[in-house]
Design a protein around this ligand. Structure first.
Ligand SMILES: O=C(O)CCC(=O)C(=O)O
Ligand SMILES: [Fe+2]
Length: 369
């Protein structure tokens, strides 16, 4: 049998022999001091909402209780793990396999589907978090391929263009598997969105319309083994630009979350067949800071590779991102100015690939109090 892991190691742009200095983090960002025991992110069973879909009758009380748990998790952690989420384990297994096969391709093959200057999907290995290069290779694809996006982040530029995923030609079933996975996770996402809406005291479908032409994208992350795992990060500390992110990881741990209560880094324990969910920038704005997009990062290992797959659920490009009217009043005025969702995504997507001396956060766009 072919060992995709071995091929990925050989063909990766991340070599075991030397570490390019651009990967080496300054002292303050190095992945030390992680709390692996003690209180972890909440584990939430979604049975009341996934069962509701399967059975004719709906149990509103159970769904409301579930929404309250989600609300508490969003408020205190901005992160939680879900089980009984309704995404078939078979499609999840198949996309992990597809990811292994993709990263095992020779580097020249992967580069044939490289991301381009005006289209962010495809293969890349040059993302920077906080000005340091991430020790990872990535392949991004759009959940709603060919969706419209602003051509630039400039507020006065009206040009709108379709964004397409460059699909590898010689990987059997790769595209079909990615698309099927996107659709399966979309169902989970809309259930979560409903629970989030309820948790904010809003009608269950209050936010659904914002995703009609969603600009969501999925990311296959490959973290090769690294000779100096203490000096680099696979994905440096960052906040996601999405409304919500749905992340699949396997049993190789690596995701760290900054705990809001005390600022400690806490390692997320992998739970078999679960998804890790987190609040992103868009939900931070909609909720007017009731929920916050929390900093997280992924570390790498000396011997073991790690694969993860987040999907960043992002609204349609043309919706105006602003605190929801229902959550704003004289006592809690809007904390953010209006911003087009597509312009925000465009700004974030293109800024992550440069070393530019600052770290973009939604919080920096707040209206001065
Ligand atoms: O690999 C992980 O566990 C986290 C990845 C992540 O946060 C991201 O790709 O935005
Ligand atoms: Fe992330």
């Amino acid at each position: 049998m072919q060992c995709y892991q071995c091929l990925a190691r050989i063909s990766s742009s991340l070599t075991m022999e030397e570490i390019n200095p651009s990967y080496i983090l300054s002292e303050e960002y190095r992945p030390k001091h992680v709390i692996t025991e003690g209180e972890g992110i909440p584990l939430i069973d979604l049975t009341p909402i996934t069962n509701r879909e399967m059975s004719a009758g709906s149990d509103n009380k159970a769904v409301e209780e579930l929404a309250a748990k989600i609300g508490e998790a969003c408020r205190t952690w901005g992160f939680f793990t879900v089980i009984n989420h309704g995404v078939p384990s078979d499609i999840r297994r198949r996309i992990m396999e597809a990811s292994r096969k993709f990263f095992a391709l020779p580097l020249e093959e992967k580069k044939k589907v490289s991301r381009e200057a005006h289209n962010t999907a495809g293969f890349h290995n040059d993302e920077h978090s906080k000005d340091f290069k991430d020790w990872k290779e990535v392949y991004d694809f759009y959940v709603n391929d060919g969706m419209l996006m602003p051509a630039s982040h400039e507020p006065d530029d009206p040009e709108i263009v379709p964004w397409y995923t460059p699909w590898p030609e010689n990987l059997s079933k790769f595209r079909e598997t990615c698309e099927e996975y996107g659709r399966a996770c979309e169902k989970l996402f809309f259930n979560l969105l409903e629970l989030v809406s309820l948790s904010l005291g809003l009608p269950p479908k209050r936010l659904h319309g914002y995703f009609e032409n969603q600009a969501s994208f999925a990311r296959l992350n490959y973290y090769a083994p690294c000779p100096k795992p203490d000096l680099v990060l696979g994905t440096g500390g960052h906040r996601d630009p999405s409304a919500l992110t749905v992340l699949a990881q396997e049993d190789v741990e690596g995701l760290d979350v900054l705990r809001k209560s005390d600022g400690a880094w806490v390692r997320v324990k992998p739970v078999p067949d679960s998804f890790v969910i987190n609040v992103g920038d868009v939900l931070q704005v909609w909720s007017n800071d009731i929920y916050e997009s929390v900093e997280h990062r992924a570390m790498v290992h000396a011997e073991t590779e790690r694969y993860s797959i987040p999907i960043f659920f992002h609204p349609s490009h043309d919706i105006t991102m602003k605190p929801l009217d229902e959550l704003v009043d004289e006592r809690s005025p809007a904390k953010y100015p209006e911003y087009k969702a597509g312009k925000w995504l465009n700004l974030r997507m293109f800024n992550n690939y440069k070393k530019h001396g600052f770290y973009m956060r939604m919080t920096d766009y707040k209206i001065a109090a």
